[in-house]
Design a protein around this ligand. Sequence first.
Ligand code: FAE
Length: 541
Amino acid sequence: MTPKLTRRHLLGLGALHTAAALGLTRIGLTTAHAAHAPDHAPALVIGSGYGAAVAALRLGEAGIRTTVLEMGRLWDTPGPDGTVFCPTGAPDRRSMWFRTRTEAPLATFLWLDVVNKDISPYPGVLDRVRFAEMSVYVGRGVGGGSLVNGGMAVTPRRDYFTEVLPQVDPAEMYDTYFPLARRMLGVNTVDPAWFEATEWYRFSRISRKHAANAGLKTVFVPNVYDFGHMQREAAGQAPRSALAGEVIYGNNHGKRSLDRTYLAAALGTGNVTIETLHRARAVRRQPDGSYVVTADRIDLTGRTVETREISCSRLFLGAGSLGTTELLLRARETGALPDLSERVGTGWGTNGNVMTGRANHMWDTVGANQSTMPVMGIDDWSNAANPVFAEIAPLPTGLEHWISLYLAITRNPERGTFRYDPATDSARLDWTRAQSQVSVASAKKLFDRINLKNATIYRYDLFGGNKTFADDFTYHPLGGCVLGQATDAYGRVRGAPGVYVTDGALIPGSIGVNPFVTITALAERNMARVLATDHAAYATR
Ligand code: FAE
């Protein structure tokens, strides 16, 4: 489905281009005229990922003046090389968030340290947040995770969704909010005939064949990458992005990231302003019931150039599972919001993520040319003994390497807890390597079966330490402020009236598929309720 660009989208896109061209950190329809940053907004949104973008659009549409604070930069200005994002194979400072060396998920190839490169510190687009025994990859910038992710737009199984979020009416979600989210995000599917014929998805077809040999089902999965554009890339009629290895450090073309969809529409309402390079640090409540957010504005070296206090009547937390949880945990533990629930910081999980690679036989070539956008998964979730949904992932090196790569989503009931560390004023994650072993054991069962039936073996050279399973990072952080626990059934934060959680922090650690469609649809559902029922209580003061 090609999304219809409304007048609102076009106005918003214009505002983004103007801000980019002028190097502004404040983006809005009135950007050029606003001399001073306002220190009060009726509604304040923290972050600009999926949940935040939904909140911003729906608030703006309701006529509520809204400010969005995003710690990353706007990714709309070409660098000296003429592109917005850096090439994946030759990453520069644009790749990662204030690093001196990149930290890619696949650290080595043939055990060689050939993947990562030295870079200079800069507010780059991908961050790897390291906790003691788990790392979390997140996107930084206007659009959050949508800037760096694989675009897989998967609707969860209805039975599992109902089990995970029993407070949510599934009929409402599957009839209204999932279709709305897919439409707004511009979800589309690969043309099956093209998929079968193109060299760019040979790697998927080989994995499908090997899964079938083991009696396993594969399914096509939708994506927000524009497949029309991809086909034109393949035909040499459009600039290459998915077919040029671009994904984790940003796509220069073809990707319907949130700045093209929800956020453009939000800006187009004329009521929404986005402030970039603003990191929200603290939240407190005023005697009149309004809130004050303390935010550091940083420059491109990471130095704090200004500390702002912005008051608001309503506060929407969309800083992602890690960001939102840390803000609320800090507020509770420092006494700024002492009435917050004890459940803040609990119920966190990795969505059972575990990555693995298999070595194929010489005759089973995966192709030197691989599209970075996954379009197929092995779906064995209905196997009650060992439910797994495994994304067939690309490994685009430009060379034939005979590797089949997967991101398995397993059903791991282990949950982590965040603790506030006063010494560093940050959240620490209690998650042990042993907790990841549940995911590894489950993925191993599935891939042992595939290896057995195809007489193949695992790759040992990709994840460091001769590991066959990457058990130390996740792309899918979920939970920390779980719906119905730290919040009510609509994301209203317990003990802080007028504060809402709107992002992946609401989902209790697992959803069985790649999560952004669920995060978006849940935010749509919650915002519809909040705007319908809480609006009068806060008006637009
Ligand atoms: P998120 O998108 O993370 O946005 C949070 C935003 O808040 C970010 O822009 C932060 O910079 C910002 N922020 C954080 N703290 C602060 C603060 N204190 N002050 C101001 N701003 C702040 O949140 N999911 C899928 O469904 N399909 C995929 O194919 C897929 N592939 C992925 C590939 C990679 C490499 C990665 C990293 C993730 C992938 N994901 C995928 C996960 C998906 O991107 C993620 O679930 C969502 O982005 C989470 O959405 P949220 O709204 O929770």
